[in-house]
Design a protein around this ligand. Structure first.
Ligand code: CTP
Length: 401
């Protein structure tokens, strides 16, 4: 990876008290060399092992050590709120326990509680401590909350002991940092996804529907949220969504169009995975049609093409993705939809193939873009298809300011 691949990334480097604190100095230098803006925070314990001057000289700004600092009234929230990542290296058993139980005792533990940024914990301690059930349980709990743990290595420890507990190598920690940033490639982006098949009312109880389950759209919403995006999901499906995804439940094409009309204009990415009815009954009756009235004659009218409407009014820089469910002439139809609907990508699937598309847990798609060869994504879980679509979206997004 390039020398400046962490350019512009704001990283809080938390250093707690252990002999491995000296290795944080090297980590700090490597992060700054890679272009990151590093704000170091030392605990009181860390100051017994390394001098604040050393770290200040190498970091992007002076070390912070105090919770109460007259020059900066609320550093405990500002740091956590404004960073892209917190790395604690080394992390002692004390800091790990405080973080796990939500205890804010000093600037570092306050910062950990006041952040929504990803957190990487790099433990370093004696083998007995690392293997203590309390530490094992705390680490398991942190992992379950999505905290990245860079496991310590086996090797020589302070005082001549040998065993598990030595801080992971600087290279391993840097790899973990890069992996987090790659996995957060939609951080700061707003993504709107539509999902499910619309239901157009015939009478008080009957609808014209289609076989879409909403699973592909929901999988895209989940994947986008996991990659750091703010997600709005306009859906007809009742699949539960993760906390943090803003779900807007709709039923008809008209309701879907109204919701999207409100939220799509400010989105960075709009993905129309919904199977929108092309026609809707002109005059659905308010009462339930009776069998005795005989077979109804249902007059239909075309629904608005939501995707084409969004394509026609697309703000500059927004990425618009449409789907194309086809049973034949996949390529010709998909390319035509790319042009006709003003989309940047069309995700086409041949719904006549086994295991593909509507009502399946799996899908196989070909992604069409302007001036590029189509990309085929072989049959896979809808979550994997979602990642492949978002990879293409991420490529098209211009870098954040
Ligand atoms: N779409 C839409 N509004 C509609 C119909 C479709 O926004 N009234 C969107 C779908 O969400 C999808 C794309 O258009 O992203 C293509 O949908 P599809 O049903 O494959 O195509 P149609 O436009 O309906 O064309 P055709 O019936 O000829 O296949």
């Amino acid at each position: 990876m390039g020398e400046s691949d962490l350019s512009g990334r704001r990283i809080v480097l938390g250093v707690s008290g252990g002999i491995a604190a000296y290795k944080a100095v090297e980590l700090c230098r490597r992060l700054v060399d890679a272009g990151a803006f590093v704000s170091p925070v030392m605990t009181a314990g860390a100051k017994h092992f390394i001098g604040a001057t050393t770290l200040s000289a190498l970091a992007s700004e002076p070390v912070r050590t105090e919770l109460w600092n007259a020059a900066e009234p609320i550093p405990h929230t500002r740091l956590g709120q404004n960073c892209d990542l917190i790395v604690i290296a080394p992390a002692t058993a004390r800091v790990i326990a405080a973080y796990t139980s939500g205890l804010s005792t000093d600037l570092l533990t306050n910062t950990l509680l006041a952040t929504r940024a990803p957190v990487i914990v790099c433990p370093a301690m004696h083998t007995e401590m690392w293997e203590h059930p309390a530490v094992v349980a705390n680490i398991a709990l942190l992992r379950s909350r999505g905290v990245v743990i860079v496991d310590p290595e086996h090797g020589r420890l302070a005082g001549g002991d040998r065993g598990a507990g030595r801080l992971a190598s600087t290279d391993s920690i840097l790899t973990a940092i890069r992996r987090v940033f790659k996995s957060q490639d939609l951080a700061g982006r707003s993504v709107v996804v539509s999902a499910g098949g619309t239901r157009e009312p015939i009478d008080a109880v009957r609808v014209i529907a289609n076989r879409s389950s909403g699973r592909q759209g929901h999988a895209i919403a989940e994947a986008a949220a996991a990659r750091g995006a703010t997600v709005h999901l306009v859906t007809t499906a009742t699949i539960p969504a993760s906390a943090g995804i803003e779900v807007i439940e709709v039923e008809t094409a008209a309701e879907m169009q109204a919701s999207l009309g409100r939220i799509a204009p400010t989105a960075d990415v709009v993905i129309m995975a919904a199977a929108v009815a092309d026609f809707t009954p002109v005059a659905p009756t308010q009462h339930k049609l009776k069998k005795s009235e005989g077979p109804p004659r249902i007059e239909l009218v075309a629904t608005p093409d939501i995707l084409a409407g969004l394509g026609a009014t697309k703000p500059k820089g927004q990425i618009l993705v449409g789907f194309a469910a086809e049973t034949d002439e996949l390529e010709a139809n998909a390319v035509a939809k790319l042009e006709a609907k003003g989309a940047d990508l069309i995700v086409a699937n041949d719904v006549s193939e086994p295991g593909v598309g509507f009502s399946h847990r799996t899908n196989a798609v070909t992604i069409f873009a302007h001036h590029r060869e189509p990309q085929t994504v072989a049959l896979a879980e809808k979550s994997a298809i979602a990642e492949a679509i978002l990879d293409r979206v991420a490529e098209l997004l211009t870098p954040s300011p």
